[in-house]
Design a protein around this ligand. Structure first.
Ligand code: GN1
Ligand code: MG
Length: 357
């Protein structure tokens, strides 16, 4: 079945094996091994979440083409930007039967992802994400929001309130759920300040990656960054998205679904290294308001992720893949703990940024 889907794309060689790849929470990802020069990544796009696949692939096609132009002449260009295969029938970079949507890209040889990074790699990653934003800063195409208002905290807070009011899965009866809600709500206004600054004309939107989890970056054998992957959420957003979401995953002492919340802490060494790298490549285009609010971004992302996991738990687990019934609740507890840990370190973050700029 998946073989016939893979063969809809213009791939080279014969397919030897198809097996699962990675641990994304939204799309289904497969590795296609061939006897040809390349292996491939085949993905079933979750079109319940990405409702406009045409727009999604438009964004990705434009962004990869633009980066390719910027890297022209680089001998390793094919490992530094993803290549999507055209569908043989339509020439588009996805295939659909009207029900399922699939796409295929070349698997980058000798590439590795990491679930955790040390300070040295964080600095490299910071530089790479800043560079990614810098490369896309002058993209001539108009990119749309593949998930409208994806990182809009006001919307996420509203969705949580709606979930609580509907209580579709009857989970509000649990006193712990009520306690988590009481813990989160007092911070809502403060966490929504990006939207407010944007309305006041103080904060721009730029083309961002919007899913800068540490495992969305490919490294080569020597530890150099090759490229950024998982491009579904490339769209206009605040730079806080990329800065905050990387540190949410990389600077946490544990994985986002670790139930041992007493072990959750925010690592300042990772923050410092990443910030140093990021500012080295992004300082040139960032405004003082953006730089000043980077510590806010660090708190915003665990907060937003807590709100999103929590709303999904209350809704009865309709969005994120789960491995056991309480998975979204465990993730919520974890992200709430990380949010508090990060909040406690805001003065130290501010002092560090001041020392850099
Ligand atoms: C989802 O599928 P994945 O793991 O790349 C989610 C992100 C969340 C993340 C939490 C489109 O990303 O926003 O931060 O899970 N992507 C979407 O692990 O909602
Ligand atoms: Mg993703």
């Amino acid at each position: 079945m998946v073989n016939t889907i893979a063969e809809r794309f213009d791939l080279q060689g014969n397919i030897l094996e198809i097996k699962p790849l990675g641990n994304g929470l939204i799309n289904d990802t497969l590795l296609v091994k061939t006897d040809g020069p390349n292996d491939y990544v085949l993905q079933k796009i979750n079109n319940a979440i990405f409702k406009d696949v045409e727009l999604l692939q438009h964004n990705i096609d434009c962004a990869t083409a633009h980066i390719r132009r910027k890297l022209a002449g680089d001998p390793d260009i094919d490992r530094k930007v993803l290549t999507f295969l055209p569908c043989k029938e339509t020439g588009k970079t996805y295939w659909t039967d009207g029900r399922e949507y699939w796409r295929m890209s070349v698997f980058i040889k000798g590439s590795h992802t990491f679930e955790t990074v040390n300070p040295e790699y964080s600095c490299i990653a910071g530089k790479a994400f800043g560079n990614f934003e810098a490369m896309l800063a002058d993209i001539p195409d108009t990119l749309g929001e593949t998930i409208p208002d994806f990182h809009n905290m006001e919307l996420r807070a509203r969705q949580l309130r709606e979930a609580v009011a509907a209580d579709a899965a009857g989970r509000m009866a649990n006193p712990e759920v009520k306690a988590i809600l009481d813990d989160l709500l007092p911070f809502e206004a403060e966490m929504c300040k990006a939207e407010k600054m944007h309305r006041e004309g103080k904060l721009p939107k730029r083309i961002c990656h919007c899913d800068t989890k540490v495992n969305n970056m490919l490294f080569d054998d020597a530890g150099n960054v090759l490229c950024v992957i998982d491009l579904d959420t490339i769209m206009p957003s605040f730079v806080f998205s990329d800065f905050g979401d990387f540190l949410r995953t990389a600077a946490s002492t544990v994985a986002e679904d670790d139930p041992a919340i007493e072990k959750v802490d925010f690592r300042m060494d990772i923050f410092e290294a990443f910030t140093k790298g990021y500012l080295s490549s992004a300082k040139a285009f960032l405004t003082p308001v953006e730089i000043e609010n980077l510590p806010y971004a660090v708190c915003l992302f665990p907060y937003m992720q807590a709100v999103r996991f929590f709303a999904d738990y209350i809704n009865g687990d309709t969005y994120y893949k789960i491995k056991y019934p309480e998975h979204n609740l465990v993730r919520t507890r974890n992200q709430v703990a990380l949010f508090h840990a990060a909040m406690a370190k805001v003065p130290a973050m501010q002092a560090f940024i001041k020392s850099l700029v």
